[in-house]
Design a protein around this ligand. Structure first.
Ligand SMILES: Cc1ncc(COP(=O)(O)O)c(C=O)c1O
Length: 406
């Protein structure tokens, strides 16, 4: 049994009786994160890079945050770019990769992704790049290799796609997609934002060229993490001051440096996940990367059990259409969107507010997907997004409240 009370005890914001189901928007932070920000700002907030003791300690704390994120995704610290958000990181990356492309080269973007992994690449059309659109399968509402195949050409340089849709909750087989992209001689840039709170991200196992996630959705502070293979980061054009050397990775891609106090807090995320693993597998030592795999298997199993009754309820409700996979399994994150026949999606979350249940509606910046589904007219979808800190009781309350509201 997954120990939810133990998990929840690490989150100060989860002591209220509100049932939060908006975690795909942002998770609440760990106590350890809050404490470390407080500690850094109380004792160590001086400039980095000087010789005096405080400066050296501050630098070590900030470096520790980057190392923790590298361990989280199984990379090296110099492959981890930290920025204020994924949107900023991808914009920076798109400019930095220009020297790798020539006019007429092709970039594939999807119509399912959050706009972060579309707009920045589409903007390169102004630099002579050709943009191709990989449309999601209209029946399965997911990205398929069959739809990708005709878009892969000799001139395809980059394929940008989402590991898991933040709208529909389907987890794609990113490793298989990346394999095909590499066979075609292109690079892959994967949006892992909606996947990282629910599945282990191992960039080496995936063989991703670029992979990004938003740390504020993985129980941490408001930061974005961008992984890039070292040789690619070296070939990218620096976006920092002109005197920052091109071999200075990752700082050449971190204009203005990182947010020190938030970066210094990042080890708390790794510590929490390892403590959660120890709680469920006491005294069964394993290499850290295997323990992270294991804790995310436990998280996924708990979330799958949580989401199953919600899917059963929605499926059985006349006039309700669940988007994407209708059964709870390994390919489904606990992010469930639905529309109710004849209803504007904006009506439903407000009714649940009164019952202290937090869900929301909209397009969630997967604007093109909602357009393709023809759902802008009803204000997008109603989205319920869970985390491993949700309880069976909360899901019961949610289902009862939806039953009244639908
Ligand atoms: C799937 C996905 N990609 C990208 C983003 C953008 O992340 P950020 O807010 O860090 O820019 C989000 C944010 O909701 C998201 O859900």
């Amino acid at each position: 049994m997954f120990d939810v009370p133990y998990a929840r005890s690490h989150f100060p914001a989860l002591t209220e009786d509100w049932a939060l189901f908006d975690h795909a928007g942002g998770s609440v932070p760990l106590a350890g994160v809050i404490e470390r920000v407080h500690d850094y700002m109380s004792h160590w907030q001086v400039q980095l890079g000087a010789t005096y003791r405080h400066s050296a300690t501050a630098a070590a704390l900030v470096a520790g945050g980057r190392s923790a994120m590298a361990r989280l995704v199984n990379a090296s610290p110099d492959e981890i770019v930290l920025g204020p958000s994924s949107t900023t990181n991808v914009r920076t990356l798109s400019r930095a990769l220009l020297p790798l492309f020539s006019p007429g080269d092709e970039i594939v973007v999807t119509n399912l992704d959050h706009e972060t992994n579309i707009g920045a690449w589409r903007a390169l059309e102004a630099e002579g790049l050709v943009i191709r659109e990989w449309r999601f399968d209209p029946e399965r509402l997911e990205l398929t290799l069959e739809e990708l195949e005709p878009l892969l050409h000799q001139r395809t340089r980059l394929v940008c796609f989402t590991h898991c849709s933040n709208l529909i909750g389907t987890v794609h087989d990113a490793a298989a997609i990346i394999r095909r992209v590499h066979e075609a001689g292109a690079l892959a840039c994967v949006d892992g934002v909606a996947c990282a709170p629910h599945r282990r991200v191992d960039v080496q196992a995936l063989d991703a060229d670029f992979y990004f996630l938003s740390i504020y959705k993985v129980f941490g502070p408001h930061l974005g993490l961008l992984y890039g293979k070292r040789d690619l980061l070296l070939r990218a054009r620096g976006q920092n001051h002109f005197f920052i050397p091109e071999d200075e990775v990752p700082s050449k891609l971190e204009p203005g440096s990182v947010v020190h106090e938030l970066t210094a807090a990042l080890p708390a995320i790794l510590e929490y996940l390892l403590a959660l693993d120890e709680r469920h597998h006491p005294g069964s030592p394993a290499p850290e990367t295997a323990r992270l795999d294991r804790v995310f298997e436990d998280i996924a199993a708990h979330e799958t059990a949580l989401v199953a009754p919600l899917l059963d309820f929605l499926r059985s409700h006349r006039g309700v259409r669940v988007l994407g996979r209708e059964t709870a399994d390994a390919r489904r994150a606990p992010t469930v969107s639905f529309v109710a026949e004849g209803r504007d999606s904006s009506e439903i979350p407000a009714r649940l507010d009164a019952e202290r249940i937090a869900i929301r509606y909209g397009h969630f910046y997967a604007h093109r997907a909602v357009e393709a589904l023809g759902l802008h007219a009803c204000n997008g979808v109603v989205r319920v997004s869970m985390a491993h800190t949700n309880t069976t009781d909360e899901v019961g309350r949610l289902i009862a409240a939806l039953d009244r509201a639908l």
